[in-house]
Design a protein around this ligand. Structure first.
Ligand code: PLP
Length: 427
């Protein structure tokens, strides 16, 4: 059911406000480059306001509409929107370990994950009784090292959860070959990689399920939000059930369940356990408008990345850069750099220098997840010395590479980096 538009005067007021207050352009007279700038404008705010004024705010038509749009856009049959990328990971793993899905994974099974991953890449595995096997990354792509993955496979290994780090697609030919030859379930964490492709196909479409995030600082946003994409109808149905209390309400095969349990009020029929991972309609109302902006945003990010990569060639003795995977399209969530081991550059001093010059920066994802105290509380297996992930944790960083970084901003970043090396008399 389409929701009524908001009153014209209100719409215009919002537009006026946004026009005079949302100024995220780089100012040469007061230079600053933040890690992220807002991607939404008056259209998204008005869509959210219209949703509130309609009073239809909890998951409904707008969510279903965005799910259909988003899955079609990226070439999937099903999209199950949730309230965050973390929830998407939890829902995917919970569904795969649920008796209703086979299950494809069972408590005690091992799942390989890269050490350079986010906390809520790994936590859902633990929360669902699986045992993460942490392996190292490839120092060039920063994605999981397939040789290590091959060697890490043991008698209990049943799954692999690649992360497409900073939007760089993993080598999915190699990964799927490995997974197929060992019957591994593949769960793709694409939370940093919206719009990334491998051989022209969206990341997330190679494994059984792909998870995406629409957090505020991601390529596009629904404020908080995420989605699970899959081509597996049965898995999608299980995810629809687990997303909302174990209810049948959102399933496409609802009548079948209702007939099977005719003695129970169909409005309150629980066919499984579940969570409440639902998004709101306000979040869903952002989706279609943001999705239309995605290609342009990726273009700007890729252009900036190409510029910095080329301009910093003379600094290769100091830095390693993330190299795009062959046959992929990188969607450049940031611009990952790693200070070369042994280079005469103190990582903290360098990053502080950027910060003093108003260039925000941050470590890459959560560094080596095996070093985080939380992991030590739960069963897990560490394969190898994880030295590349340790190096990224101590020496890796990114500054902002987003839709608002224009030519002046990227030149400022470059000039500031060069200034550091000149001041140190290193160049
Ligand atoms: C690789 C990865 N997985 C999962 C998440 C979680 O997404 P969210 O912040 O939407 O919960 C993130 C967050 O940025 C991430 O980088």
């Amino acid at each position: 059911m389409p929701i009524p538009p908001i009153p014209e005067a209100l719409r215009r007021e919002v537009e006026k406000f946004v026009e005079s207050n949302f100024d995220f352009a780089f100012k040469p007279e007061k230079p600053a480059v933040r890690l992220h700038e807002c991607t939404f404008g008056a259209d998204e705010i008005n869509a959210a306001l219209a949703t509130m004024l309609s009073t239809y705010v909890t998951m409904g038509d707008q969510t279903r509409h965005f799910e259909a749009l988003c899955s079609r856009h990226f070439g999937f049959q099903h999209g199950i929107m949730v309230n965050s990328g973390s929830s998407a990971n939890l829902l995917a793993v919970a569904a795969l370990t649920n008796p209703a899905s086979g299950p494809l994974l069972r408590a005690g099974d091992e799942v390989i994950v890269p050490a350079l991953s986010w906390s809520t890449t790994v936590w859902p595995l633990i929360q669902c009784g699986l045992v993460p096997v942490i392996i190292d990354i490839d120092p060039t792509t920063l994605n999981l090292d397939l040789n290590q993955a091959r060697q890490a496979i043991g008698p209990k290994t049943r799954g692999i959860m690649p992360v497409h780090v900073y939007g760089n697609p993993c080598d999915m030919d190699g990964l799927m070959e490995l997974a197929d030859s060992h019957n591994l379930v593949v769960i793709e964490d694409c939370c940093e990689a919206l719009g990334a492709l491998y051989r022209g196909r969206s990341v997330g479409s190679f494994g059984v399920v792909g998870t995406f995030s629409f957090y505020y600082s991601h390529h596009i946003t629904t404020l908080e939000g995420g989605i699970c994409h899959t081509n597996d109808f049965d898995l999608a149905e299980v995810m629809r059930i687990l997303r909302a209390h174990g209810w049948v309400r959102e399933t496409q095969n609802r009548e079948i369940y209702e007939k099977q349990h005719a003695e129970i009020d169909p409005r309150f029929l629980f066919v499984n356990v579940g969570y409440n991972l639902r998004p709101t309609e306000l979040q869903a109302s952002f989706g279609p408008i943001q999705l239309r902006k995605l290609e342009k945003f990726i273009e700007v990010r890729a252009d900036n990345a190409g510029f910095w990569r080329e301009a910093m060639r003379p600094l290769e003795k100091f830095f390693r850069f993330q190299e795009p995977t062959p046959n992929g399209r990188h969607s450049w969530f940031g611009f990952p750099m790693v200070i070369q081991p042994g280079a005469p550059v103190n990582p903290r001093e360098f990053r502080d220098f950027l910060k003093q010059n108003q260039i925000e920066n941050r470590p890459l994802i959560a560094g080596n997840i095996a070093r985080q105290p939380a992991l030590k509380l739960f069963p897990h297996r560490i394969f190898g010395d994880l030295k590349e992930s340790d190096l990224v944790m101590s020496n890796g960083f990114t500054f902002g590479n987003h839709q608002a970084v224009d030519e002046a901003a990227r030149n400022y970043v470059l000039d500031t980096i060069i200034k550091f090396f000149k001041q140190k008399r290193l160049i």
